[in-house]
Design a protein around this ligand. Structure first.
Ligand code: NAD
Length: 346
């Protein structure tokens, strides 16, 4: 197979802004064969805008037309569509989070194993230049064994007021499952994907539940707001490592923060931007990157890796078993917050 016939399922924001434009750059290895959206108006508009010939309202009808699909529906449908596609012998790129919960993720992995097809999850932060550089120097043992991760994904007042981001039924949660998941995934990857063993977490939404809040990203209805807008957690791992984690769409802080920092036994990494911190020759040295090779477009890099994996030319970077660990931690944070207890992971 020289070119992968791609079907897009869910033709909203991320499909139009990130995935379709990325596939349109990979003309040697992909053809955009079909688009599906339960809203036929959207499906037709997107087909017209990007020159896609086949249009569907029902994803099951699209599966026989393609070699691979990219799933960009709300989180609630990730598992159902992924499993149906894999069972039909179709490779799957599924947007993050992998699914609503651990059980769904496990069912997706089982379907992937049975079908022998590729299942990739859209944790594109791993494909950013700074992240790739950090992984490279950690693998090269520049910081020794990674032992402590600190991850913060904090927005001062940017609750996404459009689409379905604050719909608990469709998305499964708020700031944690939507945005914090990227920082959990990135931190786990940089730590070497150790097995999480215990999680303590707290989730809040007091701020968004109050009337007349200042919000930079559109209107939110405080009366129907039912997802988290601020989450904290402490996670420990089987190999002795631990992580301090915080995410928020609406925090009373000075400014937005996106940072991951990994302390190893002999050095440390800070993101974003990339910095390598070491003690050498009796000197505390902080090294910034002057130039990092490769393209910065993480959306393009992630689907290129998916396509090359489907073609048997590359190894998948975001493995579904790793994305499952992110969902396990998310489930445990929500459960810990609900019960007030620390959660032991089997
Ligand atoms: N990686 C990232 O940083 C990132 C950013 C934004 C969104 N996302 C993820 O992408 C997914 C979609 O988000 P979005 O912002 O594009 O949402 P959106 O609401 O803009 O688009 C979703 C589209 O899916 C369609 N749809 C819903 N159910 C469907 C079904 N069963 N079959 C076919 N079509 C269906 C809707 O009509 C809509 O057009 C979510 O899982 C979200 O978490 C990821």
């Amino acid at each position: 197979m020289s070119k992968i016939k791609m079907g897009i399922i869910g033709a909203g924001g991320i499909a139009q802004d990130r995935h379709i434009p990325a596939y349109l750059q990979l003309t040697d290895s992909v053809t955009l064969e079909a688009v599906c959206d339960m809203n036929m108006e959207t499906a037709h508009a997107v087909a017209l805008k990007f020159g896609i010939n086949k249009v569907y309202a029902e994803y099951k009808e699209l599966l026989s037309e393609v070699d691979a699909v990219t799933i960009c529906t709300p989180n609630k449908f990730h598992a159902e569509i992924t499993i149906a596609a894999l069972n039909a012998g179709v490779h799957v790129f599924c947007e993050k989070p992998m699914a609503l919960n651990t059980k769904e993720c496990e069912e997706m992995i089982e379907a992937a194993e049975q079908s022998g097809k590729v299942l990739a999850i859209g944790y594109h932060y791993r494909f950013m230049k700074d992240s790739r550089a950090a992984k490279k120097v950690i693998v090269a043992n520049e910081i020794g064994k990674p032992i402590v991760a600190r991850a913060q994904a904090l927005r001062r007042r940017k609750v996404p007021g459009w689409g379905v981001f604050t719909n608990k039924d469709l998305q499964g949660g708020g700031s944690l499952i939507d945005w914090g998941c990227h920082f959990l995934d990135l931190s786990l990857w940089l730590l070497g994907n150790p097995k999480p063993v215990e999680v303590i977490g707290r989730s809040y939404n007091h701020l968004s539940k109050m009337a007349n809040q200042v919000n930079q990203w559109g209107e939110i209805n405080h009366e129907t707001f039912e997802v988290d807008d601020h989450v904290t957690a402490y996670i420990t791992f089987e190999n002795g490592a631990s992580m301090l984690f915080e995410t928020s769409w609406a925090a009373n802080i000075k400014d937005d923060i996106e940072s991951v920092s990994i302390s190893g036994l002999t050095g440390g990494i800070d993101l974003f931007p990339f910095e390598l911190n070491q003690a050498r020759h009796g000197i505390l040295i902080n090294s910034q990157a002057n130039w990092i090779s490769g393209e910065e477009n993480p959306g393009l890099n992630q689907v290129r890796n998916f396509i090359e994996t489907c073609l048997g030319k590359e190894e998948l970077v975001v493995k579904p078993e790793e994305a499952l660990q992110v969902s396990k931690i998310i489930d445990a944070i929500y459960l810990s917050s609900e019960t007030g207890k620390s959660i032991k992971l089997a």
